[in-house]
Design a protein around this ligand. Structure first.
Ligand SMILES: Cc1cc2nc3c(=O)[nH]c(=O)nc-3n(C[C@H](O)[C@H](O)[C@H](O)COP(=O)(O)OP(=O)(O)OC[C@H]3O[C@@H](n4cnc5c(N)ncnc54)[C@H](O)[C@@H]3O)c2cc1C
Length: 650
């Protein structure tokens, strides 16, 4: 995005306030952060959002805005560092949600680029040296060549079933249907990347493999939304935690008018998925960050268990594993690219990449194919007897609405499993960016109300790009000090099984727009999780414990403050959007299955109530949040519904 002189001055001042550099460490602008952000803005497909951001930037440096932020009648860029920091803090503390959202958006953008960019000459960033982070690992010289060959899009194509999106849902459907002899075409908007392309680089990884270059968020900017956008979708970048759907969730889902969830069909599907993904318990070595969590959980007498994972013997559970969120360069992750899409390809399915589906073609109430556009602007029409929308829980509802479907449940009932983090500093070196991505979990507080709703505790691969969105920024000095101590920190992630619902609306441009406000009950559970996580870290021996509140809230067990003061201060900041940093890695429920068109977008077979031979098979299909990491559930639903699709189109 081209910035005006005023916007550039504003962005430069903001970036340098977040990261002014010192003692030989360059400032954000010296590293090229404002230019990199301007470039990254182009990865947002929404012109209106780019324009709004541009307007906000231009206004930010105006005298009235600076005065409103407590900086007097001055331009923000003319203020000294301490005054600029105070203005930024006024945004973080604001009672107005959009101001908090702007703060979080700017903070994420400035700091993820600051800690992610290489040096200007392309070499190692001096910032990595200053925090003792090794930077990208580099490519694997022994990586095998790619196993799949994408097909060349033609102006007109024909098949039995066209699958839109190739992630957990789409990949599975394609594999099952092609193995049953149906002629399948998979259309994926993202590119095809495999072992030979992965180098553990964060910024480049976000840009190439994540939706909107990793910059997707709710429309108020307060909840960062992470989703994969490559061949294989989220399964290429996810953390390989492989929980099947819990029985109590299956029973709850069955009450939504889909009895199969509690029956043999779903059981068989889950078994097939677990087997094809090679889910096993042999790759859950507790690295330092997970050993710390386990220590704390055991000390408290909490439930704790190893996490089962879909990886093969090549998983090193070490340095490489920690970077797997940017693709596994050892080929150990059993993503759908390595499994179901491989099956589909071997059975003759054609796979189109870098091709976006615009609409489903509907004639006489039935799906007849799709129209799509290649990255170089060519139009493609694919005629088919059936269409499966598996574009993920943001883009599937958008596709259905763009195609004229009107069921009011499309885009409703969105669940996000909102995540926040509590961190602790330890005497021992943890290097939380190394080792098994997630090796231990606890369900100690998974059932807070007696009906299976609560929080799950898990760790995560804390590379700077994952750490930064949750690390409080009170001042540049404080923040840099905390980044420099990151190698001594372990984090306890809190995943809320959300009862409240968000919404995916569709802009005039056809793009998804996400609205989500945490329901009161979910905020209560989040609070319980924050307290539980602090207790775990304290029991594990943390020297200093801090949360992800918009203000720095912390205590030093036995030295200053206490769990009680920590919770009182967290409560004072609050748990509304933006008062605590939130992210989502699990986007679900926005075109759900159910027994009636009154409360569901799709019928118990996953077919839309409105259009025959149009199915949805992805995270959108969930009747409610599962409370566990969703990949296995998504693939199980896709596997189960694929049997029904095959029976229809056989
Ligand atoms: C960083 C991260 C870590 C995670 N860790 C775990 C974990 O450890 N365990 C777990 O169970 N889950 C995990 N998840 C969640 C899990 O990976 C996702 O829930 C799952 O991949 C979603 O599957 P899906 O089929 O709904 O969509 P996706 O896998 O997101 O696939 C949708 C695909 O559709 C494509 N698409 C979108 N629009 C179009 C269009 N118009 N035309 C063509 N293609 C389109 C997208 O590019 C994308 O590739 C993680 C997710 C992330 C982002």
């Amino acid at each position: 995005m081209d910035l005006s002189a005023r916007q550039r001055r504003s962005l430069t001042a903001i970036c340098d306030t977040f990261a002014p550099g010192a003692d030989g460490v360059p400032s954000a602008s010296a590293l090229g952060v404002p230019d990199a952000i301007a470039e990254a803005l182009d990865l947002n497909p929404r012109a209106t959002e780019r324009k709004q951001f541009g307007l906000a930037l231009a206004a930010f440096d105006s005298k009235p805005m600076t005065a409103a932020g407590g900086g007097g009648w001055n331009r923000f860029s003319d203020l000294p560092q301490d005054k600029r920091e105070a203005v930024l803090r006024s945004y973080a503390d604001s009672r107005l949600m959009p101001k908090r959202g702007l703060f979080h958006g700017l903070r994420r953008a400035a700091l993820i680029h600051y800690y992610g960019l290489p040096a200007r000459d392309g070499g190692a960033s001096p910032v990595w040296g200053a925090i003792d982070y090794p930077g990208p690992l580099g490519k694997n010289p022994d990586a095998p060549p790619k196993a799949l060959t994408p097909a060349e899009p033609q102006a007109q194509m024909e098949c039995d079933v066209v699958v839109v999106g190739s992630g957990a849902g789409g990949g599975t459907v394609a594999g099952v249907l092609a193995a049953k002899g149906l002629d399948v075409i998979v259309v994926e908007a993202g590119g095809y990347y495999d072992d030979e392309d992965f180098d553990g680089g964060e910024l480049d990884g976000l840009r190439r493999f994540y939706l909107n270059g990793g910059g997707m968020a709710t429309d108020d900017g307060n909840i960062a939304l992470a989703a994969g956008a490559v061949l294989g979708g989220g399964t290429v970048v996810n953390y390989t935690t492989s929980f099947p759907t819990p029985d109590y969730v299956r029973k709850e889902w069955a009450t939504h008018g889909v009895p199969d969830f509690d029956g043999q069909a779903y059981e068989t599907a889950t078994q097939a998925v677990m087997e094809r993904l090679g889910v096993n318990a042999e790759h859950s070595a507790a690295n330092p960050k997970d050993a710390i969590l386990e220590r704390g959980m055991r000390e408290l007498g909490f439930h704790v268990e190893p996490i089962i994972r879909n990886v093969g013997p090549a998983c090193d559970q070490g340095i490489d594993c920690g970077r797997c969120g940017f693709g596994c360069r050892r080929g150990a992750k059993r993503s759908v690219t390595k499994t179901w899409l491989q099956d589909a390809f071997e059975a003759g399915a054609r796979i189109l990449v870098r091709t976006k589906v615009d609409t489903v073609i509907v004639e006489a109430g039935a799906a007849r194919g799709i129209s799509c556009t290649t990255a170089d602007g060519r139009s493609v029409r694919i005629n088919a007897r059936g269409v499966v929308s598996a574009a993920g829980a943001l883009h599937s509802p958008a596709l259905l609405k763009r195609s004229g479907l009107e069921n009011r449940n499309i885009g409703q009932h969105l669940r996000l499993h909102p995540v926040t983090v509590v961190q602790g500093w330890f005497d021992e070196e943890v290097r939380p960016w190394e080792g098994t991505m997630q090796a231990r979990y606890s369900d100690e507080h998974a059932n807070l109300d007696g009906d299976g709703y609560g929080v799950k505790y898990e760790s995560g691969p804390l590379n700077p790009s994952l750490l930064l969105p949750f690390l409080p920024w009170q001042s540049a000095t404080q923040h840099f000090e905390y980044m420099a101590a990151a190698k001594f920190s372990a984090a306890c992630g809190i995943i809320v099984r959300d009862r409240g619902e968000g919404e995916v609306k569709v802009g005039r441009d056809g793009q998804p727009v996400v609205r989500e406000q945490l329901a009161e009950v979910d905020r209560g559970h989040l609070r319980t999780g924050i307290e539980g996580a602090a207790r775990i870290l304290e029991a594990a021996g943390a020297q200093r414990i801090f949360g992800s509140s918009a203000k720095l809230v912390e205590y030093r067990p036995g030295q200053s403050g206490s769990l009680a003061s920590f919770m009182a201060e967290s409560d004072a900041v609050g748990y509304e959007n933006g008062q605590v940093a939130l992210g989502s890695f699990h986007i679900m429920g926005s075109a759900r299955m159910g027994g009636s068109p009154v409360n569901a977008a799709c019928n118990p077979d996953g077919e839309t109530w409105e259009v025959r031979n149009l199915w949805v098979c992805d995270g959108s299909s969930f009747p409610t949040a599962p409370g566990v990491n969703p990949m296995i559930s998504i693939e199980s639903i896709a596997h189960m519904n694929a049997q029904k699709i095959a029976a229809r189109l056989g």
